[in-house]
Design a protein around this ligand. Sequence first.
Ligand SMILES: NC(=O)c1ccc[n+]([C@@H]2O[C@H](COP(=O)([O-])OP(=O)(O)OC[C@H]3O[C@@H](n4cnc5c(N)ncnc54)[C@H](O)[C@@H]3O)[C@@H](O)[C@H]2O)c1
Length: 271
Amino acid sequence: MTAARPRTVLLTGAAGGLGTLMRGLLPGYGYRLRLFDLRPVEGEPAAVTADLTDAAALREAVKGVDAIVHLAGISLEAPFEKILHSNIEGAYRLYEAAREEGVRRVVFASSNHAVGFTPRPADGGPLIPVDTPHRPDTYYGLSKSFGEDLAQLYWDLHGIETVSVRIGSCFPEPTSVRMLSLWLSPADGARLFHAALTAPDVGHTVAYGSSANTRLWWDLSTARALGYEPQDDSEPYADELIAKQGEPDPADPEHARLGGHFCTRPPIWPH
Ligand SMILES: NC(=O)c1ccc[n+]([C@@H]2O[C@H](COP(=O)([O-])OP(=O)(O)OC[C@H]3O[C@@H](n4cnc5c(N)ncnc54)[C@H](O)[C@@H]3O)[C@@H](O)[C@H]2O)c1
């Protein structure tokens, strides 16, 4: 069955870094965005300001949308109780609202940290496959593993389709040597979300989310199978970043794993 192209999309986490980038880029693909975040979204008075665990507010926000891009949540490490609230219960509430309101497609912002303890591939070695076992590097990464399993459950049980995008690092430019492998340019991010919103018959698909980086660590084939054609590569930033930061030593535990410093000294959510 060919999926109808979704037009109205709920964007959760719209006030965040990635949400702000996607608010700028996704309308260019023809989407009308409805915005949702715990915090007010600057310049967007119509945005819904509510917690993901506010079931009534979430159900109202979901009513009538064609699809959901779920970015809201704690995006760094935090005490388990906070992760439980925003990322685990929050994701569950989102899927319940989707089920109750008949929304058939979700794009879930998963993360490389769902598989962060996976050893990074040797130079020229095989890329990390999408079916590598979950190896979360933090409670944060654990919540992304949970989100992927939740997406699988809601597909198997309720027929709600999801693309779980294990995002690398989506920022305007790569800012570390590690990011040379994981960088997802904002323009490629929008290309990937658009592909995830429109590809037919995705069931539950897990895809790595990065640009076509020369120093890629993972296999982009499931993303490409959705119709994603990345246009960017972090390599033009490589010389300057390596000159400043040096080549990472693969024997250093911080650089030995996909999750990088999340495996050794994870950055803590500020709020
Ligand atoms: N930016 C990246 O490179 C990257 C990489 C991997 C995964 N991700 C995932 O993508 C998503 C967006 O990332 P980001 O960098 O924009 O993060 P961010 O922290 O900038 O934004 C997250 C947003 O979620 C909102 N939020 C948090 N808890 C909430 C709750 N309980 N109810 C409602 N809203 C809530 C916050 O207010 C914030 O605006 C996150 O889920 C993150 O884990 C991002």
